[in-house]
Write a protein that binds this ligand. Structure first.
Ligand code: ADP
Length: 448
């Protein structure tokens, strides 16, 4: 096992990675911006270094400075968390070149999956079903419109380098195609520095179902079951659950084995997620997320596997300690992302000082958070307060516990999306497990 690991992230995920290190007797190093010098994660670590001013571009995205700190303090590994540099192939390569273990997949695998077009083509070759669409970058707009006609409207134009729900547009007819194409190309250029786009059939009424993967250095890989993440706003997840109410044991096996096949096709190593869209009994590959995801917690709760610790074991070259048949599901888990944002004002971020804070607790509740009373949520970073997770022996108990936990949760000083979560959880369609990615719009949750 490593002696010392640097965590190249902030907030709750930095603490999550440090908790795994602490349980394994690994020393932890935090790197933080000027704005985060009093943040909990910086205090939690055994050592903490200020790496630059508040803007991420000058701190959390400054890979060279982070590697320098790792070398200076003798950290053997870097855990990238999610966001920031976690899916940056160049950073992973620089770690490899500096002789530091990047706790994640190889830079080659990250690079391959960083382009949605390349990922699609790799999956087609591996026999993994993909959404019907184009397999090359769009160059000629007229030809592209012809291709969209062939695929059949509605289609979705996507940035190949896109992520975080940015760089996607649904088009309903040919007359809107060119305007949409231009707008996505310019969004892609400004957000990702790459204007490459492609087209997919827009799958109507889909569910977002993803499989957690763990793969070791020796070619062994398992799926740690699925999560359903259909409750989204602007293609971003807000509530996730595991397992999915719609997946039968047969389908779980089929999709899980497909996810493992996808991981093996790219020589994947460490923890990752294979995302699918599911509609009317069919499933289609969407993308591979080459990191530990926000919602990994609920997979941990239903399987008893500590994914963050497994990441460290795998990165140290240990073989997987279990086989597929050793992994089973116990109960049900739900996650609500508690954010400082105003559901009544288009979910606008609501940074500021938390004047009173009391998180939920009691049976079946897990709270992963980087905040405390008196903490100021900075406008520089995301507005997450915590990940509130509830476990129950079945789905109904998990929902009941989540509702009770949302009732207990007190945050004063900033506006939160807790009322939004309450509205979703009490909706009869949610209770029935009747979910699609349009849930929030279809049921007018915000106006509830
Ligand atoms: P990102 O990398 O930005 O997260 P994804 O490709 O993972 O983008 O898609 C995010 C979400 O966008 C999906 O969960 C789904 O709700 C929606 N989406 C993406 N592609 C399609 C599609 N072809 N049809 C319908 N919805 C889609």
């Amino acid at each position: 096992m490593f002696k010392k690991v640097l965590i190249a992230n902030r907030g709750e995920i930095a603490i999550r990675a440090m908790r795994a290190c602490r349980e394994l007797g690994v020393q932890t190093v935090a790197v933080h911006s000027e704005a985060d010098k009093n943040a909990l994660f910086a205090k939690y670590a055994d050592e903490a270094y200020n790496i630059g001013p508040a803007p991420s571009s000058q701190s959390y995205l400054n890979g060279d400075r982070i590697i320098e700190v790792a070398l200076e303090c003798g950290a053997e590994g870097i855990h990238p968390g999610y966001g920031f540099l976690s899916e940056n192939a160049k950073f992973a390569r620089k770690c490899e070149d500096a002789g530091i273990t990047f706790i994640g997949p190889s830079s080659k695998a990250i690079e391959q999956m960083g382009s949605k077009i390349a990922a699609r083509n790799t999956m087609i070759e591996a026999g993994v079903p993909v959404v019907p669409g184009t397999n090359e970058a769009i160059s000629d707009p007229e030809k592209a419109a012809d291709l969209a006609d062939g695929i059949g409207y509605p289609v979705i134009i996507k940035a190949s380098a896109g992520g975080g729900g940015i760089g996607m547009k649904i088009v309903h007819s040919r007359k809107d195609f060119h305007t949409a194409l231009n707008s996505i190309q310019s969004v892609a250029e400004s957000a990702f520095g790459d204007s490459t786009v492609f087209i997919e059939k827009y799958v109507e009424e889909p569910r977002h179902i993803e499989f957690q993967i763990l793969a070791d250095k020796y070619g062994d890989a398992v799926y740690v079951m699925e999560r359903e993440c259909s409750i989204q706003r602007r293609h971003q997840k807000l509530i996730e659950e595991a397992p999915s109410p719609v997946i039968t044991p047969e389908l779980r096996k089929q999709m899980g084995e497909t996810a493992v096949k996808a991981a093996k096709a790219i020589g994947y190593e460490n923890a990752g997620t294979v995302e699918f869209l599911y509609s009317k009994g069919d499933f289609y590959f969407l993308e591979v997320n080459t990191r530990l995801q926000v919602e990994h917690t609920i997979s941990e709760m239903i399987t008893g596997i500590d994914l963050a610790k497994q990441q460290l074991h795998i990165a140290c070259g240990e073989p997987l300690p279990f086989k597929q048949e050793d992994i089973s599901i116990r109960g049900w888990a739900i996650e609500c992302r508690i954010n400082a944002e105003d559901p009544l004002n288009d979910f606008a971020p609501s940074p500021g000082k938390i004047r009173r804070y009391r998180s939920a607790g009691g049976p079946g509740i897990r709270v992963d958070s980087g905040v405390h009373m008196g903490y100021t949520i900075s406008p520089y970073y995301d507005s997450m307060i915590s990940k509130l997770c509830a476990w129950g022996s079945d789905r109904n108990e998990a929902i009941d516990r989540m509702q009770r936990a949302l009732y207990e949760y007190v945050v004063v000083g900033v506006t939160t999306n807790i009322p939004f979560h309450k509205a979703v959880l009490r909706h009869p369609a949610f209770r029935e497990g009747n979910l699609t990615t349009h849930f929030i719009d279809d049921y007018n949750i915000i106006d509830d």
